[in-house]
Design a protein around this ligand. Structure first.
Ligand SMILES: *Cc1c(COP(=O)(O)O)cnc(C)c1O
Length: 364
């Protein structure tokens, strides 16, 4: 096969069980962005079998795909702009996040139209200046007491949970608790308070509340390799490997420019292999010479620019690799997801979520 993603569902189950052992909270499996590139439906089913009791997505369409696949677990969708079809969400038992009065009004009106009380989670901005209620808070408190919705949850998101012990975490926690008290002060007591992402789930038990929202750690990766150590050091197992077939192997003389613009040339007589993935598959372009593949028992670095559908690796003159061999591009004995991220100047989250949909996912 040209190229494929191998997803180890057992690793995902084991990561969920591992985090679950360290908390009294329920686990919400974050499966947005096609389950961080691992495949929305198979990962959601695995997560629930492994003990997650909630699913979380960004988009309404992601939630609707889960329901179409007969997944019954409670689902929260938290990035639904005012133009979304809230009626479809409510009809399908999808819980919605409320980050503004406008959202509240639209969701309440949709509930009236379909004659069903919407279940919502109030989102507050505790310092990240991204989603959630901030400037409208006082007016929101007046509106929510009259609104025809079920307030199931109260939540916020950490900006720096991956820097455990950073004072900003405490400052967000204090704002969160203050706003929660104000909400309870108007008579609304949400059953589920949730704040923690993977980093906080792993390092900050004081903020676990009733639900922790696990994303990256479920997939076996560290939220921040520098401040928290690698996934392995955190007890996690990476679930994704990417593999590709070698299209061509050829002998090339010393000094031959390789690829567009000839930015690199062979340093000696060598063998080159054409790997059948490129930047349109999610292989980051700025990784020349800094990442590569594992094939025929050793690593072979990228030489020259990554193209749209292919890149070239320097196998070395003695390599036994041949056309048709399967090279490990990401993970396993090859360059890890974290190494690819470092090579591209980005984070592991971006590497896994950007593996293109044209690369089939295979489950092992
Ligand atoms: C993506 C996301 C998470 C998961 O974060 P990780 O760092 O991947 O664990 C949790 N909560 C919200 C609101 C998110 O958008």
């Amino acid at each position: 096969m040209r190229a494929y993603v191998e997803v180890d569902l057992k690793a995902i189950a084991s990561n969920i069980k591992w985090v679950k052992r360290g908390t009294k909270a329920q686990i919400l499996a974050v499966v947005k962005a096609d389950a961080y590139g691992h495949g929305l439906v198979p990962v959601a089913k695995t997560a629930i079998k492994a003990g997650a009791t909630w699913l979380g997505v960004a988009l309404l369409e992601e939630a609707l795909i889960l329901r179409k696949n007969k997944i019954k677990a409670p689902i929260i969708a938290w990035l639904t702009p005012p133009g979304e079809d809230f009626k479809a969400a409510i009809k399908n038992n999808i819980q919605l996040s409320v980050p503004s009065i406008k959202h509240l009004n639209l969701i309440e009106a949709a509930g009236k139209k379909v004659k069903k009380r919407p279940q919502v989670h109030i989102e507050v901005d505790t310092g990240m200046s991204r989603g959630g209620l901030l400037d409208e808070w006082e007016d929101f408190l007046k509106a929510i007491v009259k609104a025809d919705v079920d307030v199931l949850g109260f939540w916020s998101h950490f900006a720096r949970a991956d820097e455990p012990g950073h004072a900003f975490n405490k400052s967000q926690e204090l704002k969160f608790n203050k706003m929660l008290l104000e909400l309870m002060g108007v008579g609304i007591v949400p059953k589920y308070v949730h704040f923690a992402n993977s980093a906080a789930a792993l390092t900050n038990p004081g903020v676990h509340g009733q639900i922790v929202r696990l994303g990256i750690s479920m997939y076996g990766l560290s939220p921040d390799v520098i401040h928290m150590g690698t996934g392995a050091e955190l007890g996690l197992k990476p679930a994704m490997k990417v593999k590709a077939e070698i299209h061509l192997v050829k002998d090339v003389k010393k000094g031959a420019p390789v690829g567009y613009s000839g930015v690199e040339s062979t340093r000696q007589d060598t063998k080159l292999a054409i790997i059948t993935m490129g930047y349109s598959d999610g292989i980051p372009r700025p990784t020349s010479n800094k990442a590569g593949v594992f094939v025929a028992g050793k690593r072979a670095p990228i030489i020259g620019r990554v193209s749209m559908d292919q890149f070239v690796v320097d196998l070395g003159i003695d390599s036994k690799a041949k056309a048709g061999d399967i090279a490990t591009v990401i993970g396993g004995k090859g360059y890890s997801i974290d190494e690819w991220a470092a090579a591209a100047g980005t984070i592991n989250y971006e590497i896994v979520t950007r593996i293109a949909s044209r690369v089939p996912r295979i489950y092992v």
